[in-house]
Design a protein. Sequence first.
Length: 207
Amino acid sequence: MVECRLARKRQKAGGARDALALMARAAMAADSFTKVEISLLIRTIADTIGVERRSMKESWKVILEEAKRRTQQAADAARAAAETREAEAAQRRKEEERERLWASCGALAEDPKLLDEVEKVAHQLGLVNEGAAARGVYLTYVSRLLAGNAVRMLRLGASASGKNIPVEITLPLIPEHAVAQVSGASPRALAHLDRSCFGNRRPLVTR
């Protein structure tokens, strides 16, 4: 008689474990069930293992909250892993681009006579004399990367004297993203420009 009772208790305990496992699986996919289906599932399990329906409903709430928490954790972990992979890929692309650029211009960048090369190319592009102007223009835009110490260049001359020609010829040697061209503005308008809008770009103001 005692053995029969123990057997029934073990059977009941096993049924409860199976029921909880079933509810856990159902909770992970709760969005795919209707409220009626969930209510029917809870009632069926409660009647099968001999547990009060109210108690089973409370258990369902706990299991459902745990399932939501685990689902959110999994989503957060997946998002963090994706962000990490994207950051690593971006870093690799940045390093590859740096290596590519350095391979194309490293020798020139390390040339102690870099400005001589700038002047030479400017002459090849059509500049006559004005070698110092070409150097000045190039140095002005390179200096944009020196925080607080960027060079400012002002070329003065009579109208139609060609004072902008060295700038126009040397400008192709400067990256497009480094130049912010301002035209059609009066000298007084410059005082009202927001410097922060230029970033690392150097404004080019022509008349």
